[in-house]
Design a protein around this ligand. Structure first.
Ligand code: XUL
Ligand code: CO
Length: 433
């Protein structure tokens, strides 16, 4: 045991009436909801970077957190892993996620980075052997170091492309070794600051080839997990190429990868792109590329990615409703890509942030499942489109404009507007959340 979480009890389900802060009120892993254990529906993951690597800085000030494992040595990286696995155990977290740079010390060159990564992956592998926590996904940090300031795969300098490709190979190896269920690519610097110095055609071609190489390598090593792209419209780049789900789908089609790559949708990124979270999930589902979610919220006034823990059951219920309609997660899960506020210094804050977030998601899941089970929303939706199910109407979709014109004339078609019943449906929705 390390000292960090000393005195903090294991978190157990105690039910909605419990006044114990260190207990779940709604997340009951073994409770069956819509035919599956809650733990299997939600597939919660802790994000290594925010919880254990982030120092608490903001644009106006540096580190606020003082963690005994901060520093670039193997011994400290091992202490960080010890603390991380203690937290996973306290929370009964089913999964975690990491970037290479979160878990290993930064080396002087590529060879040292790889050695460090391998040593820590070995150590984490041993810890996982004695833990219930599995790896949801691994990824490479191709955005923090200054070498990536003009992008990774999209960099004008081919040496950065080479470094990035080599790094992703080592991170895919690490993810496969730890039994990861997905591999994620988030291209925070894959975009531009100004078009005045950017060759957009070259950069997107480079990015397409890079992604194809990732898919080829996945098959080469027999990695069974999903490759996921995480869309975000901007921040840190002024414009990012993986803007949103629709843009990513277009990109995948352009490079013939739409059956190979799915999306990891983050709530805050959806908001930054001017969408709701549920829109992005529903669209990904309809395109057959829904993979996983990063669960955090943005502050709606700030206009940037504040990565806060979720606190709104109604918002989350919309998201889980779409996830349930999509048939639930396969390899994906609910990754808390969320960080504490920089004044939340205590070890308790880290635990309670996750406890609250897990409870919010559990309540939302239960509401969404009850709504789906009630069935009225779906009956109404189906009824709204029912006229499309007649043979004559369906035939229009394989017809042509002239034939349809003839039909409108001969049948005297004269459509009458019908209510969309939005408020009635909102009233129904609100009875469940
Ligand atoms: C950044 C972000 C990343 C990705 C993984 O906004 O969400 O942490 O989830 O690189
Ligand atoms: Co994210």
């Amino acid at each position: 045991m390390t000292e960090f979480f000393k005195g903090i009890p294991h978190i157990r389900y105690e039910g909605p009436d419990s006044i114990n802060e260190f207990a779940f009120r709604h997340y009951n892993p073994d409770e069956v909801v819509a035919g599956k254990r809650m733990a299997e529906h939600l597939r919660f993951a802790v994000a290594y970077w925010h919880s254990f690597a982030w120092p608490g800085g903001d644009p106006f000030g540096g580190q606020t957190f003082e963690r005994p494992w901060f520093g670039d040595t193997i011994a400290l990286a091992k202490m960080k892993a010890d603390v991380a696995f203690e937290m996973f155990d306290i929370l009964q977290a089913p999964f975690f996620c990491f970037h290479d740079a979160d878990i290993r010390p930064e080396g002087a060159d590529f060879a040292e980075n790889t050695r460090n990564l391998q040593e820590i992956v070995e150590y984490i592998g041993e810890k996982m052997a004695g833990s219930q926590t599995k790896l949801l996904w691994g990824t490479a940090n191709l955005f923090s170091n200054r070498r990536f300031m003009a992008g990774a795969a999209t960099n004008p300098d081919p040496e950065v492309f080479a470094w990035s490709a080599a790094t992703v190979k080592t991170c895919m190896d690490a993810t496969a070794k730890l039994g990861g269920q997905n591999y994620v690519l988030w291209g925070g610097r894959e975009g531009y600051e100004t078009l005045l110095n950017t060759d957009l055609s070259r950069e997107t071609e480079q990015m397409g080839r890079f992604l194809s190489m990732v898919v080829e390598y996945k098959h080469k090593i027999g990695f069974k997990g999903a490759i996921l792209i995480e869309p975000k419209p901007q921040e840190p780049s002024k414009h990012q190429y993986d803007y949103d789900v629709a843009t990513v789908y277009g990109f995948l089609r352009r490079f013939g990868l739409e059956n190979e790559v799915k999306v990891n949708i983050e709530q805050g990124h959806a908001i930054l792109a001017g969408h709701s979270f549920e829109h992005e999930i529903a669209l990904a589902n309809s395109l057959g590329i829904f993979g996983s979610i990063d669960m955090n919220r943005n502050d709606y006034q700030s206009g940037w990615d504040t990565d806060q823990f979720p606190d709104s059951v109604p918002e989350m219920a919309r998201a889980y409703y779409e996830i349930l309609r999509a048939g639930g997660f396969e390899t994906g899960g609910t990754n808390f890509d969320a960080k504490l506020r920089r004044q939340s210094l205590d070890a308790e804050d880290l635990i309670l942030a996750h406890v609250g977030a897990m409870d919010v998601c559990a309540r939302a899941l239960k509401s969404a499942a009850a709504l789906l089970n009630d069935g009225r929303l779906e009956t109404n939706r189906a009824a709204r489109y029912a006229d499309w199910d007649t043979p004559e109407n369906r035939a229009m979709l394989t017809s042509d404009l002239a034939s349809i014109e003839a039909r409108v004339r001969s049948e005297g078609i004269n459509p009458q507007p019908r209510s969309g019943r939005q408020e009635r449906l909102e009233n129904l929705w609100n009875r469940f959340v």
